[in-house]
Design a protein around this ligand. Structure first.
Ligand code: ZN
Length: 345
C-alpha cells in the first residue's frame, strides 16, 4: 500500500463565492452613489438602502451557502468609522446537539444537519461608502477580507480547544482565516490603512495644527507615540501589533507553499507572487526615506516599539506556538482527515 503523504492543506484561495461578494459590494456602491456622511444624515435614502436593496439581500444568501450558516442578517449602522462586527448564535437554544464543522478544499463550513447557526453581520456606513471627498476607505476586496476575519472568529473554536483559545490566538486565527482564502494582501492593507500608518495614529487638534511647524511637529509626534503606547498597555488590545499582523501573513503563505504538496500550479503561482508583493509592501510601509522627522517617529513606533510593549511582547510569545501557521495548518488538516469536527457551540 502506498504511504499516505501528510497534506497540510489550508490554502483555499479566493473562491467564486468570495469574488461574487466583491461584485455585490461594487454594485451596492453603484446603486447608492452617496457618501457615508450623506447617508448618515438623510433618513429616506438610508432607510431605503436597508429595506429594499436587492443587492443587500444577495450578500446573506451567498454567505449562508458558503459557510453553512442557517440564517445571515446583514445590517449597516450609521457609524462613520471603518468597522464591522458579527454576532453568532444558535437558532435553537435548547438543542444541545454538537455542531459539526467540515473543511474541504473549498474552505470551512458548518454542517447544517447537526446544528443551525445564525449570524448577524454589521457594517458601518464608513466602511461601505466613500467619504465626503469621494475617497473610499477600502476596496471591495479589502471589505471581503474584513468580513472573512469576522467570520473566522466563529470557526476558531473548532481549531483550538476552548481552554487554549485566548483572545490573542483568536485574533491571530481570524487574520489567518482571511489569509487561507487568499486575502493576505488585503488584510495587510486594511491593518495599515492602505500603507498610511500615520492614519492609524490618533491625532489631536494640536498635532494637525502644528504638523508642518518645526520642533512643535516633533513634540506632537512624540506625544502621539507615548499616548498610543500607554493606551496599548492599559487596554491590552487583543489584536496583535501591526507589524506582527503583517509578518504572520507572509509566514502563513510560506508555510502553505512549503508544506502543501497538493497545491495546484495556479495556487502555487498565486502564493509565490503574493509573498513577493507582500514583502515589498512591508518594506514600503515602514520606509522612512523621504519622510519628515515627525512621520519617521510614528513609523518607528509601529516598526520597532509597538511589538515590544509588554501587552504585545508577552501575548505574542505565548500564542506563537499555538497560532504558528504550520501548526495551525496541521490541525486543520487533521480535521479534514477525520471528515469533520464536532463541538458543542
Ligand atoms: Zn477580530
Amino acid at each position: 500500500m502506498e504511504e499516505l503523504k501528510s497534506l497540510n492543506e489550508a490554502y483555499f484561495g479566493k473562491t467564486q463565492a468570495l469574488l461574487d461578494l466583491e461584485d455585490y459590494i461594487t454594485e451596492l456602491r453603484a446603486r447608492y452613489p452617496y457618501s457615508s456622511n450623506y447617508l448618515a444624515t438623510h433618513n429616506e435614502e438610508y432607510k431605503e438602502l436597508l429595506r429594499d436593496d436587492i443587492i443587500l439581500k444577495k450578500i446573506p444568501n451567498c454567505l449562508a451557502k458558503t459557510f453553512g450558516f442557517n440564517d445571515v442578517a446583514v445590517g449597516i449602522n450609521r457609524g462613520l468609522g471603518v468597522n464591522a462586527a458579527t454576532i453568532i448564535y444558535p437558532k435553537n437554544n435548547k438543542d444541545k446537539t454538537p455542531t459539526k464543522v467540515v473543511i474541504t478544499k473549498h474552505g470551512f463550513s458548518f454542517d447544517k444537519n447537526t446544528r443551525d447557526l445564525n449570524i448577524v453581520i454589521l457594517f458601518t456606513l464608513g466602511l461601505l461608502f466613500p467619504r465626503d471627498d469621494g475617497k473610499l476607505s477600502f476596496t471591495p476586496s479589502q471589505i471581503v477580507a474584513v468580513l472573512l476575519h469576522e467570520i473566522g472568529h466563529s470557526f476558531s473554536i473548532f481549531v483550538f480547544s476552548k481552554d487554549k483559545l485566548t483572545d490573542r490566538v483568536d485574533e491571530k486565527f481570524a487574520d489567518q482565516f482571511a489569509g487561507m482564502y487568499g486575502y493576505s494582501k488585503e488584510i495587510m492593507q486594511v491593518v495599515t490603512m492602505n500603507g498610511d500608518l500615520l492614519k492609524r495614529m490618533k491625532s489631536t487638534a494640536f498635532d494637525r495644527t502644528f504638523k508642518d511647524v518645526p520642533v512643535l511637529n516633533i513634540l506632537g509626534a512624540v506625544k502621539q507615540v507615548i499616548w498610543a503606547a500607554a493606551k496599548s498597555i492599559s487596554d491590552s488590545d487583543c489584536h496583535p501589533n501591526t507589524k506582527e499582523r503583517l509578518l504572520v501573513q507572509i509566514r502563513q503563505m510560506e508555510s502553505d507553499l512549503k508544506n502543501d504538496p497538493s497545491l495546484s500550479s495556479k495556487s502555487k503561482k498565486e502564493l509565490e507572487d503574493n509573498i513577493i508583493a507582500c514583502k515589498k509592501y512591508v518594506d514600503q510601509v515602514f520606509n522612512t526615506k523621504d519622510d519628515s522627522v515627525r512621520d519617521s517617529i510614528i513609523k518607528f513606533y509601529y516598526n520597532k516599539i509597538e511589538g515590544y510593549l509588554p501587552s504585545n511582547y508577552f501575548s505574542n510569545n505565548s500564542s506563537a506556538k499555538l497560532a504558528d501557521p504550520t501548526a495551525m495548518n496541521k490541525k486543520i488538516a487533521d480535521i479534514r482527515k477525520t471528515n469533520g469536527y464536532f463541538i458543542k457551540y
